[in-house]
Write a protein that binds this ligand. Structure first.
Ligand code: FES
Ligand code: FES
Length: 881
């Protein structure tokens, strides 16, 4: 049935399929890409917002065939002046990171400000309640909308900063286009003759595949290819460290989790592809899944992976003279307990998507949003059985990742479908598929015993950890290794005995997620410090003051900390507000944290850069690390500007395979550190030519190269004379202050960032991490039953909304890192390492209850949040582990 309506002032006529959403009509039929699909059909992220007859509606929840005669406005339909003001306000206020959520929020802001030109901050937070942002923590979004209101009232102007020097808050690279929805993500891309893909996933966590029949799917009109394991020409197994993950599970094999792929379909449109995927018939012998990591590693448990025992990894740290139990026994005070953390979904706003396109020269182009495009290329090439050089790979804007896009998701199957059909193929996961498929943050159970002397100086830490790594190795062993390494937090501990085990189960895989094991360990060790402080008779600030590491102290792993150890400065930075809040009778919690910057542990790491002077006298800045909202490309420009003194507008960052710049994943808070060093090195070569009196016009075609190698870290437990497990560490102290009802009233975060290359982006990273950390502490979880998540609903998963966020004060402390570019080190992960510990301390101060498990849903602070109530059992579910 034809439907006619006005879109941005123009009459349009479409013939939607039965049940088609307005969002799909706008995007697929009318090419309106400012409306994004973050959760269709849930209607819970706000990315698809449109104004329908003046009312804001999430277009994924509106039937297209009900829109006849309506006036529909999207961000594209605003006046040029409104669009300009909006973009300038958001960019000037640093009110965006990955940008995926922003067009919807920007349109919401217009609707709000049309009706209420002078809103309060609370009005704004309420207005954007439908909208989810996983990156920013909302603080700078509220700043941006306040600024926009003032600009619209003629009370302010704002120009995004063009000062690209190190230390300036230079405007986010291509931020304007992201705000306005003009910069395409992979899902926004189209190609002539493009097919759309879909997966058939396993409904079982563990089952033997007896038969796969694709005949009914293949016969559906519009279907162009149905691929299964039998169609893979190369190596069907992939994985970042250990190739145990099948791109397709074959007949005779076991599915190991509910995200396993049995078949992939390419069809003329997505609806047909999904309908065909549903017609793929798979006969299973359903088997009892292994769901408990402790059971998994016990004798007699069924093997999750037939080629590997269920104990995926074991990390051991033993340091200090004699027996740990004797050291504890000799301590004046000892506390013991079991701490538990939950499984966490990344919930990046942009679900996984890839586009593969056969090129005329015989190569395959792969447009991806993965966290390591060269790893994507390497694994896809193996999957297809072709040389890596036959695949051109390009990073598109990435709508958030947080570690969840390190592993392969859709890239290999999409590439195969393009090979099989000879046509461009795009394959995008739905929100539910995304949650089922990519690795999560590990649930870890941690038994701790910690001792101190009569004055509160730590004497010994004994910890036993077991983490649920789920169905595939991913980087799970490394996460538990990092949890072991961070088991003592940023504290001086003479006697350490830590064992951390990662176990396979049939739960969704767990792997990298912001914090990478440090968050879990921090929750436990910070709890131990609070308990010890009470025994000693000192407060929580003071016990940390007596134990934080200084230059010359030894980290848990045995590494002597030689430089850039800013933890005491961060502790001092929060001292006054901490005691002021306590003196005012508030319930206050405090926690310290550290996080490695750089993978380390003996892994060779690189930073690679090519600066190419182009004919138009711009300079292409190639690097191998990923921009995923954290601002990497912006700070790389700043390094280049600082060295060359050229204007920032000269530099054009690119991440593709034009040059061999494979650096591995953007992980371990290392991209600024290592890519930054490579950029400064390449830029110095360009500067040398400029200093010889040459202009860019004289240098067209020149390539300035720099590859830096970091090969001086040592593996955990290596018998070496000088232990150096990590290149650098970020440090933080955070303070949580509750109100009289036990709700989080205010949060203070002091962070040693080495050097704040871009203070606005740096603070934004920390604010966003605190948002994620508060959710981790209070409301977020991904419980599973029989290996299947019990919910996929965004509100139930517990990611905080704007109204839930307390005011956050970020204090940037600079203790320069000599191995970092201009003193910088990573800030991506440390932001939420101490957060849960600080919240737990504040809650105990409020109601006297020491909480040992996350999320702390029984607390008044959690009950005050608008999210995180899971259907059926609500907050009473308690702690999942
Ligand atoms: S896609 Fe419509 S609200 Fe998320
Ligand atoms: S900027 Fe909001 S989700 Fe990334």
């Amino acid at each position: 049935m034809a439907v006619e309506f006005k879109l941005n002032g123009k009459a349009v006529r479409i013939e939607p399929d039965p049940g088609e959403s307005l969002l799909d009509s706008l995007r697929e039929r009318l090419g309106t890409t400012s409306v994004k699909d973050g959760c269709q059909p849930q209607g819970q992220c706000g990315c698809c917002l449109a104004l329908i007859d003046g009312q804001p509606k999430v277009s994924c929840a509106v039937a297209a065939d009900g829109c006849g005669g309506k006036e529909i406005v999207t961000l594209e339909g605003l006046s040029a002046e409104e669009r300009d003001l909006t973009a300038r306000a958001f960019v000037a206020a640093a009110g965006l990171q990955c940008g995926f959520c922003i067009p919807g929020i920007a349109l919401r802001a217009k609707h709000l400000l049309d009706r209420n030109p002078n809103p309060t901050r609370t009005d704004i937070a309420r207005a954007i309640d439908v909208h989810l942002c996983r990156c920013t923590g909302y603080t700078k979004i509220l700043d941006a909308i306040e600024l926009l209101a003032r600009m619209r009232r003629g009370e302010a102007t704002a120009e995004p900063s063009e000062d690209g020097r190190v230390g300036a808050s230079y405007a986010r690279y291509r931020g304007r286009e992201l705000v306005l929805g003009e910069r395409p993500y992979v899902a926004d891309m189209t190609r002539e003759g493009m097919l759309l893909g879909a997966f058939a996933l396993s409904p079982h966590a563990r089952a033997r595949v007896l038969r796969i029949d694709t005949s009914r799917a293949a016969k559906l009109p519009g279907v162009r290819a149905v691929a299964t394991a039998a169609d893979v020409p190369g190596e069907r197994w992939y994985g970042l460290l250990y190739m145990d993950w099948a791109g397709f599970v074959a007949v005779g094999e076991e599915v190991r989790c509910v995200g396993d792929v049995l078949a992939a379909v390419a069809a003329d449109d997505e609806a047909t592809a999904r309908a065909a995927a549903a017609l793929v018939e798979v006969e299973y012998e359903v088997l009892e899944p292994v769901l408990d990591p402790s059971v998994s590693i016990a004798a007699g448990a069924p093997r999750v992976n037939p080629a590997h025992e269920n104990e995926l990894s074991r990390s051991v740290i033993r340091r200090g003279e004699g027996d740990i139990d004797a050291a504890l026994a000799a301590s004046a005070h000892v506390v013991s307990g079991t701490w538990r953390t939950q499984r966490i979904e990344h919930l990046f706003l942009e679900p996984e998507c890839a586009l593969a396109e056969p090129l005329l020269d015989g190569r395959l182009a792969l447009f991806t949003q993965g966290q390591g495009v060269f790893d994507d290329r390497r694994q896809v090439a193996r999957f297809l059985g072709v040389p890596e050089e036959s695949i051109y790979v390009e990073l598109m804007p990435n709508g958030g990742a947080f570690g969840g896009k390190e592993d392969m998701s859709v890239q290999a199957q999409t590439a195969l479908l393009a090979k099989l059909t000879g046509r461009p193929v795009k394959l995008r996961l739905s929100r539910e598929e995304s949650v089922r498929l990519h690795p999560k943050r590990h649930p870890i159970t941690m038994d701790y015993s910690v001792g101190c002397d009569a004055e509160g100086h730590l004497t010994a830490v004994k910890a036993r950890m077991i983490g649920d790594s789920g169905a595939y190795a991913s980087v799970g062993g490394k996460v538990l290794e990092r949890a072991a390494g961070h088991a003592c937090g940023p504290y001086r501990v003479p006697h350490v005995d830590v064992v951390a085990v990662a176990a396979y189960t049939n739960n969704p895989p767990c792997g990298a997620m912001r914090g990478f094991g440090a968050n879990q360990a921090s929750f436990a060790i910070e709890g131990c410090l609070d308990l010890l402080a009470r025994k000693v008779g000192i407060d929580a600030w003071e016990i940390r003051n007596r134990n934080v590491v200084e230059v010359g102290d030894v980290f848990s792993t045995g590494q002597v900390l030689e430089k850039s150890v800013g933890i005491r400065k961060t502790l001092e930075a929060v001292k006054t507000p901490y005691y002021a809040a306590k003196d005012a009778g508030k319930a206050v919690g405090i926690a310290c944290g550290l996080k490695n910057s750089g993978i380390g542990n003996g892994v060779e790491e690189w930073g690679k850069c090519r600066l190419v002077v182009e004919k138009d006298q711009t300079v292409s800045l190639y690097n191998g690390y990923t921009e995923m909202g954290q601002g990497l490309l912006t700070v790389l420009i700043q390094f280049a500007v600082e060295v060359t003194r050229l204007p920032a507008s000269v530099f054009r960052p690119k991440v593709d395979s034009t040059f061999a710049l494979g650096c591995g994943q953007t992980t371990g808070s290392r991209a600024t550190l290592f890519a930054g060093r490579a950029v400064t090195s390449a830029a110095a070569k360009l500067k040398a030519d400029l200093d010889r009196g040459l202009a860019l016009g004289d240098l067209v075609g020149r390539v300035y190269a720099a590859d830096i190698v970091i090969a001086d870290t040592t593996p955990l437990g290596a018998p070496v004379a000088k232990i150096k497990t990590h290149t650098s560490f970020g440090y933080a102290t955070q303070v949580c202050i509750l109100d009289a009802q036990g709700k989080v009233e205010r949060f203070i975060a002091a962070h040693d960032v080495g050097r704040a290359v871009n203070p606005a982006l740096c603070a934004g990273q920390i604010e966003g991490a605190i948002h994620m950390g508060l959710g981790y502490a209070l409301t977020e979880e991904l419980p599973c039953e029989s290996g299947m998540p019990v919910t996929f609903k965004l509100r139930e998963l517990g990611v905080l909304r704007a109204r839930d966020m307390p005011p956050c004060e970020v204090i940037l402390v600079e203790d320069p890192e000599p191995e970092g570019p201009f003193g910088a080190k990573g800030v991506g992960e440390i932001g939420l390492v101490p957060t849960a510990g600080a919240v737990a301390g504040a809650l105990e101060a409020f109601d006297g209850i020491r909480r040992y498990a996350l999320p702390m849903k029984d607390s008044p602070a959690a009950r005050a949040m608008s999210v995180g109530k899971i259907r059926g059992d609500g907050a009473a579910r308690g702690n999942w582990h």
